[in-house]
Design a protein around this ligand. Structure first.
Ligand code: PMP
Length: 355
């Protein structure tokens, strides 16, 4: 048995894979594959409408927000956000908590002025800066709620009194949030929502259309909202599988139930990292992510040996990101506590073998 700790694309529930594989052969007894039906067909319309309804229900999205399924990944949002929200001559405020936050700010700086309000680059992004102020004349404040590479997470929305945009690519649907605290939320699907291809955007309608810019339609949220995410051919399969996964999440009891599981999973792994003398967590304790658990060992030889042992025991995807090294166990919604326990067992086994 494999335990997939990959950072994304990553594990999804087995039931979802099974149903999706059936739909590739014959979608809902139509005699057609999900891969060959028209995105304008009645059948797909039902799929995208259900996907949107499930996002609205599970996240309690207020009615004055649009829920969009777009393409281009979170990286396209790095550009779309300023194109849609940053007026000519205006500026935007960004919090720098790692590679993705830096990239988001860099793309925004191609559109207008960017103020970096704080950065944790001084300690290789192992913590979340807390004391910073945001210029009140900035058009919006942008931050990354979960830093996939460094294993840090922002659990409480920073107190700012300007519109707030958040990249939730790696913690969307993993914990309860209050959508109305935000003006725009975006996330690539390929962690907690579904397979790579779709990007979820939840945007408050009345912040749009105010920049005075001419935006190419494909990058214009209003064009996508007006067309119900069918401005052009959407990523049909990714949206379909996301819909199945959202159904799975609802059947489990919704986000508050999965959040409790995620808390226990993360605690189990962090407890072992703290107890076991061979491992050390890299993230500041109060900022430790519940989705990506990062840790290191004392020597490269130990890391090579542990990686080998863990692979022999079925662990997949625990090598750290190339920019930080060490290990990263991504423990998204669909990864069960059984896999966490299996990893903890390998850590204990390593300790025993080394003593
Ligand atoms: N933001 C975060 C927090 C991410 O983890 C990632 C990808 N892992 C991205 C943005 C980039 O996403 P994409 O590959 O969908 O463009």
């Amino acid at each position: 048995m494999k335990h997939n700790f990959g950072a994304g694309p990553c594990i999804l529930p087995k039931e979802v894979f099974q149903e999706a594989s059936q739909a590739v052969i014959d979608f809902n007894n139509t005699g057609l594959s999900i891969l060959e039906i028209s995105h304008r067909s009645k059948e797909f319309e039902q799929v995208i409408q259900e996907a949107e309804a499930l996002v609205r229900e599970l996240m309690a999205v207020p009615s004055d927000y649009s829920v969009l399924f777009l393409q281009g990944g979170a990286s396209q949002q790095f550009a779309m956000v300023p194109m849609n929200l940053l007026p000519e001559g205006g500026k935007a405020a960004y919090l720098d908590t790692g590679v993705w936050a830096t990239k988001a700010a860099k793309e925004a700086s191609k559109v207008g002025q960017v103020d970096i309000v704080a950065s944790s680059s001084d300690r290789n992004y192992t913590y979340i800066p807390k004391a910073f102020s945001v210029p009140s004349d900035a058009a919006y404040f942008h931050y990354t709620s979960n830093n996939t590479i460094y294993g840090t997470e922002v659990f409480e929305k920073p107190h700012v009194n300007i519109p707030t945009v958040v990249d939730m690519s790696s913690d969307i649907l993993s914990r309860v949030i209050n959508v109305s605290d935000y003006d725009l939320i975006y996330a690539g699907a390929q962690k907690n929502m579904g397979p790579a291809g779709a990007t979820l955007v939840i945007v408050k309608n009345d912040i749009l259309g105010k920049t005075g810019r001419t935006i190419p339609s494909i990058f214009d949220y209003q064009a996508h909202a007006k067309a119900g995410s069918l401005y052009n051919t959407p990523p049909v399969f990714s949206i379909y599988v996301s819909m199945l996964n959202l159904r799975w999440l609802k059947e489990k009891g919704g986000i508050s139930v999965i959040e409790q599981e995620n808390i226990i999973k993360a605690r189990t792994l962090y407890d072992e990292i703290e107890r076991n003398p061979f491992f050390r967590g890299t993230a500041n304790e109060e900022d430790r992510s519940r989705m990506n658990v990062t840790f290191v060992m004392d020597t490269p030889e130990q890391e090579t040996a542990f990686l080998k042992l863990s692979q022999e025991r079925g662990m997949v995807g625990i090598k750290g990101h190339r920019s930080v090294g060490g290990f990263r166990a991504s423990i998204y919604n669909a990864l069960g506590i059984g896999s966490i326990n299996a990893l903890v067992d390998v850590m204990k086994e390593f300790e025993e073998l080394s003593n």
